[in-house]
Each structure stands twice: as structure tokens, then as C-alpha cells.
Design a protein around this ligand. Structure first.
Ligand code: AVI
Length: 325
């Protein structure tokens, strides 16, 4: 059944969420940082899709392997429900779940949510063709807006899923808040499926974020071009280099842009100027690596009880299915 491909969750979405207060805040702190959400303009989303294909970037194919083995079991455990995906991107891995739900249940509904309109619209249009029995509608907006929208709208049994270890890009505090918001958007008996990247040696982690083809570097640097475009800025991306290191103590990859020259940057729309000294860095992303048992405790603290976990033979990646109490 063909429906309107996108619901724009807030018509003031562009203005409200990109007022740039968070950019000013990050660039006036010491050390400087920028919010990872600014990776995802259309080019950034495309580059992220390329990262997912890289031989060094194991999370995507490892999670896809787990889903290929266990998607049917997941669909059987939850039974028929409305499928809601946070940060759906191109929805590639999702197809494994959609196939399983198509086989195991009837009355299928899929709501992908993303902040990047281009990739969301094209994947919804494609999926509507490929899954004619599904009702599919994209929600364009932030996780907060989407979870708020879902809360007022919950007649059916629901499975929210958040794959790819995107939860690792939140600080511990943001992670707690986020899990609280998820718990709020679910009724007792509803489900949450979470994909997490597990702790492993730095020799595997660092190459995954410093790939040999330079795609991750392009992804990181693209944030500056995005800010230039969005806020009429004059960052010179050629002055910056990419580096990712594994911080063992905090169990997180940290992605930096190192400035190689003294540089005065203006972001005209924000009426903001900031200077960089050669050698100064911007932290653009953390990617936390988790322990399966500790994450289950954190979920339980929010009333999300683990029903089942799955992992790959090397224990590199984990999937947790939990149920709201
Ligand atoms: C989206 N997120 C889970 C990715 C990660 O692995 O933290 C983003 C990424 N950054 C660099 N490579 C991939």
C-alpha cells in the first residue's frame, strides 16, 4: 500500500534544531568539540554508507550477520508489531528484519526515522516498491521529536530498534536520557532492540576508524563543509587532518580534526568567530564500546528487561531484545 513517503515532524525543524547554539557552545569550550549530528548532511550520510562497506569497518557486516541468523527468532519472539527504526539511514540491514516480519506476521507497518531527508525519502520510496504489503512512512526529525510523536500515537504493539551501535555516539549521560525517552515511548509489553559494538583490542578498533582509503577522514572533514554551508562559514577543510584514537580508559574511540595552521573562522549566520591555533583539535565524535552485561543492567534500570541477546562467534557485536515492563 503506497502512502505519503515522509512526515516532517516539525515544519520549523530546520530552524529549531539547527540554530547553531550547540556549535557555538562546542567551539567556545576547551578543548573544542562539535556535535556528531553535523556529520549527516546528504554527503555525510552518503559517506557513512561508504564507511559501512569498508573492509576495516566490521560493525555493519557483523551486525548484519547476526540479523541474518536471528531475525526470524526476533520476529517470532515479538509477534506482529509496528516496527520503528531510529536513525534508519539507507535501511540496508533493516531489510533482514522486514523480510522476517513479512514471513512471520501480517499487518506490517514500518516507520523509519532519520534526520537526513534525502536518504530517508529515497529509501522509503525504494522500500515501498519492494515491500508492497508493508505500510511504510518515514519520519523526518530528531530522535527526541520522533519519540515525542510516537508517544501520542501508540495503539499497536511496537518494536523500536536502534541498530549499528549508534548509541555509542552518546555520552553516558546522553545515553541514560535516551534510554529513558525510549522507555517512555513504549507501553508495557512493547519491545526495544538495540545493537551495540562490544569492547575489543585497539588493533581492531583503530583501523576501523582510520581506514586506508580515507573515507572516514572525508566523513570527518565533511562536517566542516556542512557547517560552512549551513551557517555561511569559512572553515578551510584543507587546514585540518583526521585522526581517531581508542581511549582505553573510557572504552571509546575519539575522532578528532587537528588544525594544522592558525585559522580564524567566522560563521556569519551565527554571528560567531572563533580562532584556532596550529596544533589545536576539535573532538567531533565519541564511539563507545560496550559490555553486554553492563548494558543489560542499564536497560533494566529504565524498566527494559532483556528477553534475549545474540552475538557473533568472535563476540565483536551484540544485539539485545528487551521488553518494557
Ligand atoms: C553511526 N555510528 C555508530 C558510527 C560509529 O561507528 O560510531 C559513526 C562512525 N564514525 C566513524 N565511522 C563510523
Amino acid at each position: 500500500m503506497l502512502t505519503q513517503p515522509l512526515i516532517i515532524l516539525d515544519t520549523h525543524y530546520q530552524e529549531l534544531n539547527n540554530d547553531g547554539g550547540d556549535v557555538i557552545q562546542g567551539l567556545t569550550k576547551t578543548p573544542k568539540s562539535l556535535p556528531p549530528k553535523y556529520f549527516y548532511d546528504d554527503r555525510g550520510s552518503q559517506l557513512f554508507e561508504e564507511i559501512c562497506q569498508l573492509s576495516e569497518y566490521y560493525p555493519t557486516r557483523t551486525e548484519a550477520w547476526i540479523l541474518s541468523q536471528y531475525a526470524n527468532e526476533i520476529a517470532q519472539l515479538t509477534g506482529s508489531c509496528e516496527l520503528v527504526e531510529l536513525g534508519s539511514g539507507s535501511s540496508t540491514k533493516t531489510r533482514l528484519l522486514l523480510d522476517a516480519y513479512q514471513q512471520n506476521t501480517d499487518d506490517c507497518r514500518y516507520l523509519p526515522i532519520d534526520i537526513s531527508g534525502g536518504i530517508l525519502k529515497s529509501s522509503v520510496l525504494q522500500l515501498q516498491q519492494q515491500y508492497p504489503d508493508f505500510s511504510i512512512q518515514g519520519l523526518l526529525g530528531t530522535y527526541e521529536q520522533a519519540l515525542e510523536h510516537l508517544r501520542s500515537n501508540s495503539l499497536r504493539s511496537r518494536l523500536i530498534f536502534f541498530l549499528g551501535s549508534s548509541i555509542g555516539n552518546f555520552t553516558p549521560q546522553e545515553c541514560d536520557n535516551f534510554l529513558g525517552q525510549i522507555a517512555h515511548a513504549l507501553k508495557p509489553g512493547d519491545y526495544f532492540l538495540l545493537g551495540i559494538d562490544l569492547q575489543k583490542p585497539k588493533e581492531i578498533l583503530e583501523p576501523a576508524y582510520n581506514d586506508s582509503q580515507g573515507v572516514t577522514a572525508a566523513f570527518n572533514l565533511n562536517m566542516l563543509s556542512h557547517l560552512n554551508w549551513r551557517f555561511q562559514g569559512n572553515f578551510n577543510p584543507n587546514f585540518f587532518t583526521h585522526q581517531a584514537i581508542y581511549n582505553q580508559a573510557d572504552a571509546q574511540i575519539e575522532m578528532y580534526l587537528h588544525c594544522q595552521e592558525n585559522h580564524l573562522v567566522s560563521l556569519d549566520i551565527l554571528n560567531f568567530k572563533v580562532s584556532f591555533q596550529a596544533g589545536e583539535s576539535i573532538l567531533t565524535e565519541i564511539s563507545r564500546k560496550f559490555d553486554l552485561a553492563i548494558m543489560q543492567k542499564q536497560l533494566a534500570a529504565q524498566g527494559l528487561k532483556t528477553l534475549q541477546t545474540w552475538t557473533d562467534p568472535r563476540h565483536w557485536f551484540g544485539l539485545i531484545l528487551c521488553q518494557a515492563q
